[in-house]
Write a protein that binds this ligand. Structure first.
Ligand code: VG1
Ligand code: CO
Length: 542
């Protein structure tokens, strides 16, 4: 029996960089989840009888929302719901399932690298038939609908047992519980030379992987240990926990510090990697050397042809605007098109669908290709492994060789977290107003050549997105970018992205801190960060 329940709108259901993210108690408000899900359905057309994929990263509240989504999707007329066993699907695996089973779309439940638990973060995101995050047009329509919603549809059916693989007929529709790992692992086998990687491990190569008590644990066990022969003892935190063991499942040097320490040790492993809450990010550390995500993107793009899935070469590269321009150097040298998009994977979808690019990446530890429509943490780890298996060099050797060929983009991101929202908004607004007066100002031995507010025009669908980050360009090629985070749930986070280029015959072996020190000072002066916020340094540097 389909029920129509009356409801009143919430005013705060505007999706951010990657879906709607709030503290769990917000989602537990009566009708909050239902309103947002109904708004998603109301913003779509033609899903009657079609398939919807539902999965999440296993964090606290995952199963409750999945049960709600089943009832509502069936009541709204979907014919089949595909769900990962125990409600688990990594974000890239969900993208693959949507594509492979030709679903109408998918609901992904995750707040990614944010902590989980009864008072921590939760999130809901809608992905379309191409497997990618809904475009800004769609998320805009969802938000508009959420502001006027007055009823939602549901039905009274028993809870579905999410632990048993198989299909159950429910109220005129079908719910299918699927293995969350198998399809994804099979896809990886089509892209990479598993035999070569197995040989690498058999030769004594040591890898340490940290799943951060998040979704990639079962994927890592199946792929690295079972299919590739990695040492099971070197897999850390592979049991997904609803609160990620009380940690931030954020694969950076702050939150994966145990892995980092292991990699810096004298007798450490050859290769270290980690992934985030929902499995779409990656951290790459070679023995004694951290690889910045921007460099990793450039190095993977330069070496992708060594993996069978990319042996024919790549069509082009895309990076988000704040990502370093290291990838541009590779594109230029190889005669490939290179695209610069706003922050967030949703902006890569059209370029990938149109076949204009094969590899995409973001400075925030996101790298991926046209095999799915999300960034993909384990994909990046596997591509690195494939490259290492073919080149039989260390990560550090590959990095040094890369810089000696293309030059080096020294790069760091400084985050100022939990700022007062009004203070942060004022700071950015004031900076925006000062933009024209910045040109010609000198900081140390650099002069500002240009400054603007990044606007993106999508060549494929003609849409435009303004105010995507403030860019300050210097005469020596250095760049500072400022933007406010669109994924946080507490106050505002200012991200400052710093970059400076050193040509291939320049000094390629500086410490990043030293290389960027004067830019950090300039960044503070230009945006009046310490003057306005009282913060003397960033909370997190990646
Ligand atoms: C951050 C990153 C962005 C990434 C987004 C989602 O967004 O900067 O590059 O796409 O998170 O990643 P923001 O607006 O906070 O800067 V994930 O792994 O949270 O889905
Ligand atoms: Co993520």
């Amino acid at each position: 029996m389909i029920e129509t329940v009356e409801t009143t709108p919430f005013r705060d259901q505007k999706p951010g960089t990657s879906g709607l993210r709030k503290k769990v108690p917000e989602f537990q408000k009566r009708g909050y989840v239902e309103n947002f899900l109904q708004s998603i359905f109301d913003a779509q057309e033609g899903y009657e009888g079609k398939t919807l994929v539902v999965g999440g990263d296993g964090r606290f509240y995952n199963e409750d929302v999945i049960q709600t989504a089943i009832r509502m999707a069936l009541a709204n007329g979907f014919g089949r719901i595909l769900i990962g066993q125990n409600g688990i699907l990594s974000t890239p695996a969900a993208s693959n399932v949507i594509r492979k089973y030709k679903a109408f779309g998918g609901i992904i439940l995750s707040a990614s690298h944010n902590p989980g638990g009864p008072n921590e973060d939760f999130g809901i995101k809608y992905n379309g038939a191409n497997g990618g995050p809904a475009s800004e047009t769609v998320t805009g329509a969802i938000y508009e609908r959420s502001l006027v919603i007055d009823r939602y549809k549901t039905m009274d059916i028993p809870q579905v047992d999410l632990s048993r693989i198989g299909r159950v007929d429910v109220a005129g529709g079908v719910v299918e519980i699927i293995d969350p790992v198998a399809d994804y692992a099979d896809l990886m086998e089509t892209l990479f030379d598993f035999a070569a990687i197995r040989d690498l491990f058999a030769s004594g190569f040591r890898m340490q992987f940290d799943a951060m008590s998040a979704v990639t644990g079962p994927y890592a066990e199946e792929i690295f240990v079972k299919r590739l022969g990695a040492d099971p003892a070197a897999m850390m935190n592979t049991t997904p926990l609803p609160d990620f063991g009380g940690h931030h499942p954020d694969p950076n040097l702050v939150h994966a510090k145990e892995l980092y320490a292991a990699m810096m040790a004298e007798d450490g492993p050859d290769f270290g990697a980690a992934s985030d809450g929902d499995g779409d990010r990656n951290l790459i550390i070679g023995k004694g050397m951290y690889v910045t995500p921007s460099d990793s993107l450039a190095m993977l793009a330069a070496n992708a042809h060594l993996a069978p899935g990319y042996a024919k070469g790549i069509a082009g590269i895309a990076r988000s605007m704040p990502t370093s321009q290291a990838a541009d150097r590779v594109a230029e040298a190889r005669g490939l098109p290179c695209f610069e998009t706003p922050t967030g994977w949703k902006f890569f979808g059209n370029l990938l669908d149109a076949g204009k690019v094969t590899i995409c990446g973001e400075e925030s530890a996101g790298t991926g290709s046209d095999h799915v429509r999300e960034k993909d943490g384990l994909w990046a780890v596997l591509l690195w492994l494939n490259v290492l298996a073919v080149r039989r060099q260390s990560v550090a050797e590959i990095a040094r060789d890369h810089w000696a060929t293309f030059g080096r983009n020294y790069y760091a991101r400084h985050d100022y977290e939990a700022l007062d929202t009004a203070t942060a908004d004022d700071m950015v607004a004031a900076l925006r107003e000062r933009l024209p007066s910045l040109v010609g100002r000198t900081f140390g031995n650099r002069t500002i050549r240009a400054a603007d507010d990044f606007a993106y025009h999508d060549q494929v669908d003609g849409s435009s997105s303004a105010k995507q980050g403030i860019r300050v360009f210097f005469d020596d090629g250095a760049r500072i970018v400022y933007r406010l985070s669109g994924t946080g749930t507490t106050g505002a986070t200012l991200r400052v992205y710093l970059e400076r280029y050193e040509p291939n015959d320049g000094n390629l072996s500086m410490q990043t801190n030293d290389a960027l020190a004067d830019l950090v000072t300039a960044a503070d002066e230009i945006a009046e960060i310490s003057a306005r916020t009282g913060r003397v340094s960033a909370d997190v540097i990646t």
